[in-house]
Write a protein that binds this ligand. Structure first.
Ligand SMILES: NC(=O)c1ccc[n+]([C@@H]2O[C@H](COP(=O)([O-])OP(=O)(O)OC[C@H]3O[C@@H](n4cnc5c(N)ncnc54)[C@H](O)[C@@H]3O)[C@@H](O)[C@H]2O)c1
Length: 463
C-alpha cells in the first residue's frame, strides 16, 4: 500500500467521517490490497522458516494450518502425547514429517527455526523456556502461563535469549480490532468508562466435553509426562487427558481459557498495561461431570487511570449454560457512544451525545415549584442556552464488517514470521501476553480464595 494511501486511511480513521458503507467498502478494498501484497511477497528458498508444532490437538492442527498459510513456511515435525494425533499429523501433513512424544527431540533439531506450542496450559511456560534457550522462536498459545508465578521468569528468559516470542491471542492482529482501536483512539465514543464482555455457550462441546478416542489408554497416551508438571499425581483418566480444560491441574478454567481473549482485545484497543483490582464470583451450575472448575463466572475488574487511558471498569462473563446460545461480544462504553465488537467479524459504533443544555421539566423537580418560579426558571434557562445548545446531537451508527473469509490467525502468524525475518517487534510479546493472562488467572484466585486480588500492572506482580 502506498504511503499516501496509508496516510489517507489514517486520516479517515482519525476524523471519523466515514459512513457505515464507506468503512465496510474501505475494509474490503484494504483486504484486497493486502492479499495482492501477500501473493507478491517473494520469499527466497534460503529464507524459508522451518517450524514444528508441540501439542497436536485441536489448536495444534489449526495453528499449523494457519502458519503454513504464511509465505515461505515449512513444517518439519510434530510432538504430541497421544499416538493417534501423531498418526493424524502424518495423514494431514505428510508421512515424511518427524513425530515424537518428547519436545526435547524437536528442540534438538537444527532444522527447526520456530515452534508452535499448543499443548494443554500446564506445559506452555516450560516448553517456551526450553525452546528459547535452544535458540528457537516461539509462538505460544494463550494463556501464556498456567500459574501467575511463571510469568516473570518466562519474560526474563525471552529478554536474555532475545528470541522472537509471540503469544497466540489472534484478535490482537485482527482487522476488526485494529479498526476499532483506530476509531476508539480518535475519540469515537468520547471518554471510556466501562466495558462489558462475554463468551457464552450452550452446548456440550462448547462446555469442553470433547470427543475421546476409543483407544484412549496408558498404552496410547503418555500419561506420566502429561501430568509431570504437577506434584499431585492421578491414576490414568481419559477425561483428565482429553478434557484437561475441566481440571485446574492442567487448565486455567473459563478465566484462563476465555477471559484472556477478552482481556487481550481490551488491552490492545486501550493500550492498557492492566488492572489494579480483580474480583470474581462463580458456580458450577450445570456441567457436573467431575470437573473442578466453574462453568459460570462473572468478574469485575478495575483499571486505574494512566497516560494511555482513563480509569474504567470491566465486567466479564463466561456462561456455559446460557439460554442466550453461543454469544460473545465486547461492548466498550464511553461518554459519547458505544463500540460493540463481535469477535473478528466486525463492530458497530453507536454515537450518542448529550445536548449542551441540561433540560428541565418531565421527570424533574421543575413542576413542583410555584408557577411564577417555573416561569422565572424557564426565562433564565432560555437566556443561558441557545437553540443549538438545546438540540440533542444526531445519533450516528458506524458499522464495520471484516472482509468475507477473513481469518485473524493468518495475520497473527504473518506478524510472527515477519518479526523473525525483519527483526520488527511482534504484536503480542511476552509482557503483553502475561499482562493479559495474569488478570485472567487472578479471576480464578479471587474465586477460589474468595477475595479481591490487588495487582501491580506495571511490575506485573500481586500486591
Ligand atoms: N488462540 C485460540 O483461539 C485458541 C483456541 C483453542 C485453544 N487454544 C489454546 O491451545 C492450547 C491447546 O488447546 P486444544 O484445544 O488444542 O487442546 P487439545 O487437548 O485438543 O490438544 C492439546 C494437546 O497437547 C498435547 N500435549 C500436552 N502436553 C504435552 C507435552 N508436554 N508435549 C507434547 N504434547 C503435549 C496433548 O497430547 C494434546 O494432544 C490450549 O492452551 C488452549 O488454550 C487457543
Amino acid at each position: 500500500m502506498s504511503s499516501n494511501r496509508r496516510k489517507f486511511i489514517k486520516q479517515l480513521g482519525s476524523t471519523i467521517i466515514l459512513t457505515s458503507a464507506g468503512l465496510t467498502s474501505l475494509a474490503a478494498q484494504e483486504e484486497h490490497e493486502r492479499r495482492i501484497l501477500r501473493a507478491e511477497k517473494r520469499i527466497s528458498a534460503n529464507d524459508k522458516i522451518r517450524i514444528a508444532t508441540i501439542g497436536m490437538g485441536i489448536m495444534g492442527f489449526n495453528d499449523t494450518q494457519a502458519a503454513l498459510h504464511s509465505q515461505g513456511v515449512e513444517l518439519v515435525g510434530c510432538c504430541d502425547l497421544y499416538k493417534g494425533r501423531l498418526e493424524r499429523a502424518k495423514e494431514v501433513f505428510g508421512q515424511n514429517i518427524f513425530t515424537t512424544n518428547d519436545h526435547h527431540a524437536i528442540l534438538d533439531r537444527k532444522d527447526v527455526d520456530a515452534v508452535i506450542i499448543a499443548t494443554s496450559d500446564n506445559w506452555h511456560s516450560r516448553i517456551a523456556i526450553d525452546a528459547m534457550r535452544k535458540g528457537k522462536a516461539v509462538y505460544s498459545e494463550k494463556p501464556m502461563v498456567h500459574y501467575l508465578n511463571e510469568g516473570l521468569g518466562e519474560i526474563q528468559v525471552q529478554k536474555e535469549t532475545k528470541m522472537v516470542f509471540q503469544v497466540g491471542s489472534q484478535r490482537v492482529s485482527s482487522l476488526a480490532f485494529k479498526k476499532a482501536k483506530e476509531l476508539y483512539q480518535a475519540g469515537a465514543i468520547g471518554k471510556l468508562n466501562s466495558i462489558h464482555a462475554s463468551f457464552n455457550r450452550q452446548s456440550a462441546l462448547g462446555a469442553w466435553q470433547y470427543t475421546i478416542p476409543l483407544d484412549a489408554s496408558p498404552a496410547t497416551v503418555d500419561w506420566d509426562k502429561f501430568q509431570a508438571t504437577e506434584q499431585k499425581k492421578y491414576a490414568y483418566d481419559s477425561n483428565r487427558f482429553f478434557r484437561w480444560r475441566n481440571y485446574r491441574e492442567y487448565g486455567t478454567g473459563v478465566a484462563g481459557d476465555l477471559f484472556v481473549h477478552l482481556l487481550s482485545g481490551i488491552h490492545f484497543i486501550t493500550d492498557s498495561k492492566g488492572p489494579d483490582k480483580i474480583f470474581s464470583v462463580a458456580d458450577l451450575a450445570y456441567w457436573k461431570d467431575g470437573r473442578n472448575v466453574p462453568d459460570v463466572m462473572t468478574a469485575v475488574i478495575h483499571y486505574p487511570e494512566t497516560k494511555e487511558h482513563p480509569s474504567f471498569q470491566v465486567s466479564l462473563q463466561v456462561n456455559f449454560i446460557s439460554g442466550e446460545g453461543e454469544v460473545g461480544y465486547t461492548r466498550m462504553i464511553g461518554s459519547e457512544g458505544v463500540i460493540d465488537i463481535s469477535d473478528d467479524s466486525g463492530f458497530t459504533i453507536h454515537k450518542n451525545k448529550m445536548p449542551v443544555a441540561p433540560g428541565y421539566g418531565g421527570w424533574d423537580s421543575y413542576e413542583t415549584y410555584p408557577l411564577a418560579m417555573q416561569k422565572a426558571i424557564a426565562d433564565d434557562y432560555n437566556k443561558k442556552y441557545s437553540d443549538a445548545d438545546k438540540q440533542t446531537p444526531k445519533t450516528e451508527t458506524i458499522t464495520y464488517q471484516s472482509p468475507e473469509g477473513y481469518n485473524s490467525s493468518f495475520d497473527h502468524f504473518d506478524n510472527f514470521f515477519d518479526s523473525m525475518r525483519t527483526g520488527k517487534p511482534v504484536v503480542e510479546d511476552a509482557e503483553f501476553g502475561f499482562r493479559a493472562a495474569a488478570p485472567a488467572l487472578a479471576c480464578n484466585e479471587s474465586y477460589f480464595q474468595n477475595k479481591i486480588i490487588h495487582w501491580d500492572p506495571i511490575g506485573m506482580k500481586l500486591i
